[in-house]
Design a protein around this ligand. Structure first.
Ligand code: SAH
Length: 220
C-alpha cells in the first residue's frame, strides 16, 4: 500500500468509523477516493487529517472535513440507482464520493475557477458519471430533474424552494440551514405522494450558500 493509502485507511478508521459512521458503502468510497488529489500540493501532507482545508487561489472556500463528508453521505442514503444533484462542487471531493456511490451526479459551482479545477480531477479518477457546471445552484438544474437525492454543501439561510421542486417523489435532500456561520444539517424527505417532511440533525459550519435563493454577498 502507498503512504497515502495507509493514511486514508487510518482516516477512515479513526476519524470516521470511530465517530459513528457505519455504512460500509460510504466507508469504502472514503477508502477509495484519494483526498490528497483535491488539495494544493503543499497541503497534501494534511489531506488525511480531520480538517477543512483552503481551496482555490483568491477565495475563502474550503474542502469539507472528511467526517462531515462521510456523515452527510451516510444521512443521504445514496444508492447505485440514484441520480444526485450537488450544490457547491468546491474541490470536487464530495462530488467524487457521490460518484462512487450513485448512478449519475450533477454538480453546480458558482466559482468558475473551482469548477474548472474539479472537472479534470473526475476524469483523472475515471469517474465518468459526473457533470459539473458553473451556475447558481440555488435555482437547481432543471435539465436533469427530478433527482433522487440532493446535497447542498454550503450553508443556506433556509432550503432553496426550487430544490424541493426538483426532488423526485420518494427522494431526500440534505442541506445545512441556519445563520451564516453556524448551521444544522436538515434532511428533507418527499413522500411518494409529494408531502415534505423535515428533520433537524447535528451542527455544522459551512461557507455561505450565495445566490438568488441563498445569502446576498453583503448580507450578514
Ligand atoms: N463539497 C466541497 C466543499 C464546498 S465549499 C468540497 O468537498 O470541496 C462550498 C462551495 O459552494 C464553494 O465552492 C462555493 O463557491 C459554492 N457555492 C456557494 N454558493 C453557491 C451557489 N449558489 N451555487 C453553486 N455553488 C455555490
Amino acid at each position: 500500500m502507498s503512504d497515502y493509502a495507509v493514511q486514508r485507511e487510518r482516516m477512515v478508521r479513526d476519524l470516521i468509523a470511530a465517530r459513528g459512521v457505519k455504512d460500509e458503502r460510504v466507508l469504502n468510497a472514503m477508502r477509495k477516493i484519494p483526498r490528497h488529489l483535491f488539495v494544493k500540493d503543499h497541503l497534501r501532507s494534511q489531506a488525511y487529517g480531520d480538517h477543512a482545508l483552503p481551496i482555490g487561489t483568491n477565495s475563502r472556500q474550503t474542502i469539507s472535513q472528511p467526517y462531515v463528508v462521510a456523515r452527510m453521505t451516510e444521512l443521504l442514503e445514496v444508492g447505485p440507482e440514484h441520480s444526485v444533484l450537488e450544490i457547491g462542487t468546491g474541490s470536487g471531493y464530495q462530488t467524487a464520493i457521490l460518484a462512487a456511490l450513485a448512478r449519475r451526479v450533477y454538480s453546480l459551482e458558482l466559482i468558475a475557477e473551482l469548477a474548472q479545477a474539479a472537472i479534470p480531477r473526475m476524469r483523472q479518477l475515471g469517474l465518468e458519471n459526473v457533470k459539473i457546471q458553473v451556475f447558481d445552484g440555488t435555482v437547481g438544474w432543471s435539465e436533469w430533474a427530478p433527482y433522487d437525492r440532493i446535497l447542498v454543501t454550503a450553508g443556506a439561510p433556509k432550503v432553496p424552494e426550487p430544490l424541493l421542486g426538483q426532488l423526485a417523489p420518494g427522494g431526500a435532500l440534505l442541506v445545512p440551514e441556519g445563520p451564516r456561520n453556524l448551521q444544522r444539517l436538515v434532511l428533507y424527505r418527499k413522500s411518494p405522494r409529494g408531502e415534505i417532511r423535515r428533520r433537524e440533525g447535528e451542527e455544522v459550519a459551512f461557507v455561505p450558500l450565495l445566490g438568488r435563493h441563498g445569502w446576498k454577498p453583503e448580507q450578514r
